[in-house]
Design a protein around this ligand. Structure first.
Ligand code: 3HC
Ligand code: NAI
Length: 683
């Protein structure tokens, strides 16, 4: 079936794109659209062209799956050139989102109209490349450098209204009138002698303040750290102020080819597809449909319960929170309200939206109010006895097909399920803190969890904007289990002579937002620590006893000033040295390379064990967990992809070198086998 069709409406040729799900500009689409443009050029009756699309969006851009194979003609830049140089005006009608190549096609057209809900953007940077079909040269010529820079360098799209205000679209029209208005617009402009051509608006852009590029680099330094593509984006836009279009476009091509074949872009493309793949569950019958969920119950209004509730409230679900005591309930609801108000102050929600979300919330001290809930999520203290008691109560109260979920971080979901009469309805829904913000959700599949319950959880995750990954039952599931081995090594290296700052710095330089000791200070060293049971047996015990409980007390592993700037602490170093000498450990200088390898290689090994035990379905799922839940730098692809790029033989050799430090962990057989065969986890 044709993906691009043409239809003559009198003297206007209407070219329609139809390539579900996202109308990507695949080779086939490009060929067919080029033929349509040729048809318009050759026909004497046709005076103008409308390009439009079927479906819920205009286009998600170039077909990313084609980036790994040899290019097929016509290239997207050639197709766009043929549109731009057509002697007849071309109007593009954006029925929804137009991203990447979809936006670049629009830039090649002479006139652009869009529906109010359309989002227009160049997200290429997010997959480690730059707009490679003229976007870096045409967009600044159309909207100016200052508007173009953030669109290209952050990759975040803009609304149709904003696009209209900066001259990127000519008109905004309601969806039901789009086709008809586009044709009328095309007829109207066909009368004109000349049409705006993006690449010809100016030879080179001459009125730009030269500081704008460095200012932008400085302002976004933190976000751009370690990445190749944003810098190339900035350089490419700058070229539009220095070179004529043809020369600028040649440079853009050069940058594109360099980036697209580089490791960072491959890693980011892996992350893009892995996130989408993670939502799919292997081995389930195709006809398993999600159960309807309208009302959600939450037990516990603490740190997690409140955040979890916000996800559902924002998405329009009715939510009932049940607590033990009124004051805990009031505190929890107060925090939800405060968070929403803060979001509204930042302009990310209207007050009506806040009121609507809060309007879906009811609170109670009585479990019986869960009776009509379709899903109940437990977020009480992390103690098996309490969880069992809670699930026992739920089993008595919840309706027969209600799903009962635990937000436990570590506990055995099978054991929790076993204290109900319907373990098939039980699973883990492990949210990450802050639960209203973090995108990751580990969906923990118990031995008896039914396919339908699992599918419902995955479907719900999507509806509340989460990236869901299925994990089997084990201590800490995918994410925390791997975190534990990293922490083990970090602690061991302190005893061997590395300092907290040295260890944190290695991870920071690798691209993590923070290291383990910064993270501990942020979370509070006394999380889970009990003063009356403390016996000074760990470094953490001693720091807590000395009042060094993290950022909130002004000191923890680091000292903090009034601006929360951290500095290494001599007191802490003293405590560490003291522990080391008592344990008979010799302190030595540890190289950054050893720190990096000992922090990261055991994580890869744990990931391999998780794979071979069938806890994770695929390597990409593990990468998705670490990129979305723990700040693993996406441009390295996640731990398993990164390991592939390093070479599993190298990882194995490193693990063998450090095996003595790995407590009771074994080296994964899967890792050994793959290393021996020269394969990667993602092959
Ligand atoms: N190429 C190939 N496949 C794509 C794709 C693309 N550009 N965009 C999405 N897909 C696929 C997804 O992998 C998914 O496949 P699956 O069903 O097999 O898992 C399917 O389309 C649906 O995608 P989503 O689940 O993401 O659908 P949403 O409706 O949630 O989101 C979207 C739609 C906003 C378009 C989102 O898919 C997206 O952000 N896509 C990528 C956009 C992008 O990066 N474009 C730039 C491409 S590079 C380019 O244009 C180069 C040029 O400058 C030369
Ligand atoms: P919290 O201590 O902030 O909140 C727990 C709340 O549960 C308290 O408000 C308490 O009054 C209430 N509660 C206790 N027993 C109850 C009962 N029987 N009935 C009703 N309410 C009861 O704890 P937090 O941090 O929210 O953790 C909750 C769960 O989420 C734990 O299982 C934890 O492991 C898990 N988790 C925590 C994360 C975190 O970063 N804090 C991250 C992911 C999961």
């Amino acid at each position: 079936m044709s993906k691009v069709t043409t239809r003559r409406e009198g003297d206007v040729l209407v070219v329609s794109l139809d390539n579900p799900p996202v109308n990507a500009f695949s080779a086939e689409v490009r060929q067919q659209m080029a033929a349509a443009i040729e048809e318009a050029g050759e026909s004497d009756e046709i005076r103008a062209v409308v390009i439009r699309a079927e479906g819920r969006m205009f286009s998600g851009g170039a077909d990313i799956t084609e980036f790994n194979s040899a290019p097929v003609d016509p290239s997207l830049p050639d197709l766009i050139d043929s549109i731009e140089t057509l002697a007849k005006p071309v109007v593009i009608a954006l029925n929804g989102t137009a991203l990447g190549g979809g936006c670049e096609i629009a830039l090649g057209c002479h006139y652009r109209i869009a529906v109010p809900s359309a989002k227009i953007g160049l997200p290429e940077v997010k997959i480690g490349i730059l707009p490679g079909a003229g976007g870096t040269q045409r967009l600044p010529r159309v909207v100016g450098v200052e508007q173009a820079l953030p669109i290209i360098v952050t990759g975040n799209p803009i609304s149709a209204k904003k696009a209209e205000s900066i001259g990127l679209v000519d008109r905004v029209v309601e969806p039901e009138k789009l086709r008809e208005e586009a044709i009328a617009f095309a007829r109207e402009v066909a009368e004109r002698d000349e049409h705006p051509v993006s690449s010809r608006r100016t030879d080179k852009i001459s009125d730009t303040d030269p500081d704008v590029f460095d200012d932008f680099r400085e302002k976004h330094a933190r976000r751009l750290r370690g990445q190749e593509a944003p810098e190339k984006c900035i350089q490419a836009v700058k070229l539009a102020t220095e070179l004529p279009y043809e020369e600028g476009i040649a440079k853009e091509r050069e940058f594109f080819i360099e980036l697209v074949s580089g490791t960072q872009s491959k890693a980011l493309r892996h992350v893009f597809f892995a996130e989408r793949q993670a939502g799919k569950i292997d081995g389930l019958a195709k006809d398993v449909r999600p159960l309807p969920v309208r009302k959600v119950g939450i037990i516990g209004a603490g740190t997690m319960g409140g955040g979890i509730a916000m996800n559902f409230l924002s998405a329009g679900y009715d939510v009932t929170i049940v607590e033990r005591k009124q004051d805990a309930l009031d505190r929890g609801v107060g925090i939800i309200r405060k968070n929403y108000d803060a979001t509204a102050r930042k302009g990310r929600m209207t007050t009506e939206q806040v009121d609507a979300a809060m309007g879906h919330l009811t609170t109670s001290l009585d479990y019986r109010d869960f009776a009509d809930c379709d899903l109940v999520i437990e977020a009480v203290f992390e103690l098996m006895e309490i969880k069992k008691e809670v699930f026992g109560r739920l089993d008595e109260i919840c309706k027969p097909d209600a799903i009962m979920a635990s937000n436990t971080s570590y506990l055995d979901v099978n054991e929790i399920a076993a204290c109900t009469s319907r373990p098939e309805n039980v699973l883990g829904l492990h949210f990450f803190s802050p639960a209203n913000i973090m995108r990751l959700l580990e969906v923990v599949r118990g031995d008896k969890t039914s396919p339908q319950v699992l599918v419902t959880a995955m479907d719900l995750a999507k509806k509340i904007g989460k990236v869901a990954v299925v994990s089997g039952v084990c201590h800490g599931f995918i994410g925390n289990r791997m975190l534990a081995v990293r922490q083990e090594q970090a602690n061991a290296m302190l005893m061997e002579g590395a300092l907290p700052d040295q260890i944190d710095r290695v991870l920071l330089e690798f691209g993590f937002p923070m290291g383990p000791f910064q993270m501990a200070d942020l979370a509070g060293l006394d999380l889970g620590w009990k003063e009356d049971e403390s016996d000074s047996s760990t470094i953490r015990d001693v720091l807590c006893e000395r009042g060094r409980r993290g950022q909130k007390t002004g000191k923890g592993f680091y000292d903090y000033d009034e601006n929360r700037r951290r500095a290494p602490s001599e007191e802490v170093n003293e405590v560490i040295r003291d522990f080391a000498s008592r344990s008979g450990k010799e302190q030595r200088d540890i190289s950054e390379e050893e720190i990096r390898e000992r922090l990261l290689y055991p994580m890869v090994n744990e990931g391999a064990l998780i794979l071979e035990e069938g806890i994770a379905q695929r390597a990409g799922d593990i990468d998705t967990v670490w990129v979305n839940g723990y700040g693993w730098p996406p441009y390295t692809g996640g731990p398993m992809f990164w390991a592939d790029t390093i070479g599993l033989d190298r990882i194995l050799a490193g693990l063998e070198r450090y095996e003595g430090t790995m407590e009771d962990r074994e080296i994964s057989t899967l890792l050994r086998e793959k290393a021996a065969k020269g394969e990667g986890f993602n092959d």
